[in-house]
Every structure is written in structure tokens, then in C-alpha cells.
Design a protein around this ligand. Structure first.
Ligand SMILES: N[C@@H](CCC(=O)N[C@@H](CS)C(=O)NCC(=O)O)C(=O)O
Length: 209
């Protein structure tokens, strides 16, 4: 049994989607970050960076923060969603790191400046939207001729996809990145993704026009 501390955000959804894909039993603890519940002292004991997601694995007492580490932990625990052969395994880890170090943080800044504070910092809007478009272009090239970023569906796809699902907030037209669009729709149709997306709050998965 896994305790999942989460909220309805891209980083939170990575973990609920992975748990659904892996069929692991889990209990959801909603941490409402709009009410600063991520600063609760009890939550800080397992997530000292005061961010969701975090997990506690009741099988062995392991506590973990950082969505990328949690995805790797769950993949290792189950021997699934992270291929064992060297090429595919490291390709999946490579794209997971691309997501954690680049795509997530840059798109997060797009949400901050373009979606929530438009007109306040023109340089920041241009800088982060430009970087977002560059990253979408990189992903589009990677998915040209591939169904999944590391050849097989893996934790890399599960990390990247929830951030792409906010394409409307990012003012990104997925039709300009057709390989990303097709991959996005392919993953959106997975039953486990549909179940994981609505944790802890029910929201519709955005569909590109
Ligand atoms: N690198 C962290 C980032 C986690 C993160 O930024 N979580 C956001 C929600 S997506 C959060 O908890 N924000 C609360 C806040 O900004 O105080 C991870 O991947 O887990």
C-alpha cells in the first residue's frame, strides 16, 4: 500500500497515472496547494521541499519526494515502465531527466508569466514561451517515427505527458507539433491515464482542436 500526497497538477498526476498503470494499491491524501497545505509540518516530514507529490510506501516505510525519483522508485519496485535493456533503459532515464530539468521547470514559468500574470513581464513571457516552443520542437522531432519517447511506453512518457496536457495554458497549438499531438492523444486514451488524471479532483483531459 502506498500513501500518495498530491494535488491536481502535472507533477502530481505523473504519480497517480503511474500508480494506476502499475495497478498498485494507494491511498490519496489531497494537499491543497492553493491553501498552503504543502507547508503543514506533518507534510514537511515526508516532503521537506514543501512541494507535491510525495509518497510513503507502507510496505517498507520509504518516504520520497520529487516526482522523477518517485517514478523511478515505482518502476524499480514493480520491474515495469522502465525497460531492462541498456539502450531503452537509459533512453527512458535520459528523457525523464529532460523532463525534470527542462520541460517541467520551463513550462511552469510559462504558466506563471503567460497564464497567470500576462503583461507584467514582457521579457519573461517571451523568454519562457520561446523556450517552451523550442522544447515542444525537440519532443516533436524525438517522436517522429516513434510511438513513445524511449520506444516503449515508460515513466518518461508518464513524466512528460501531464505537462503537455496543459497546452492551452501555454497557448501552444499542438497541431504545430503533429507528432506530439498524436502521442498526446494516444496516451490520453489509456484507461489508466484517464483514472490517474482525475486524482484528487475530477477535471476533463483537454483535447486538441
Ligand atoms: N521537482 C518537483 C517539483 C514539484 C512541484 O513544483 N510541485 C508543485 C505543484 S506541480 C507544488 O507543490 N507547488 C507548491 C508551491 O509552489 O508552493 C517534482 O517534480 O516533484
Amino acid at each position: 500500500m502506498i500513501d500518495l500526497y498530491t494535488w491536481s497538477t502535472p507533477n502530481g498526476r505523473k504519480v497517480s497515472i503511474a500508480l494506476e498503470e502499475l495497478g498498485l494499491d494507494y491511498t490519496v491524501h489531497a494537499i491543497d496547494i492553493t491553501k498552503d497545505e504543502q507547508f503543514d509540518p506533518d507534510f514537511l516530514k515526508i516532503a521537506p521541499n514543501n512541494r507535491i507529490p510525495a509518497i510513503v510506501d507502507q510496505d517498507n516505510g520509504t518516504t520520497l519526494m520529487e516526482s522523477g525519483a518517485i517514478l523511478m522508485y515505482l518502476a524499480e519496485k514493480t520491474n515495469r515502465l522502465l525497460p531492462s535493456n541498456t539502450e531503452d533503459r537509459w533512453r527512458a532515464i535520459e528523457w525523464l531527466m529532460w523532463q525534470m530539468g527542462g520541460q517541467g521547470p520551463m513550462l511552469g514559468q510559462v504558466h506563471h508569466f503567460v497564464r497567470f500574470n500576462p503583461g507584467k513581464a514582457e521579457y519573461a513571457e517571451q523568454r519562457y514561451l520561446g523556450e517552451a516552443k523550442r522544447l515542444y520542437g525537440v519532443l516533436n522531432k524525438r517522436l517522429d517515427g516513434r510511438d513513445y519517447v524511449a520506444n516503449h511506453y515508460s515513466i518518461a512518457d508518464i513524466a512528460i505527458w501531464p505537462w503537455v496536457s496543459r497546452f492551452e495554458w501555454q497557448t501552444i497549438d499542438l497541431n504545430e507539433f503533429p507528432h506530439v499531438r498524436d502521442w498526446y492523444i494516444r496516451i490520453a486514451e489509456r484507461p489508466a491515464v484517464k483514472r490517474g488524471y482525475v486524482v484528487p479532483n475530477v477535471q476533463e483531459i483537454p483535447v486538441p482542436a
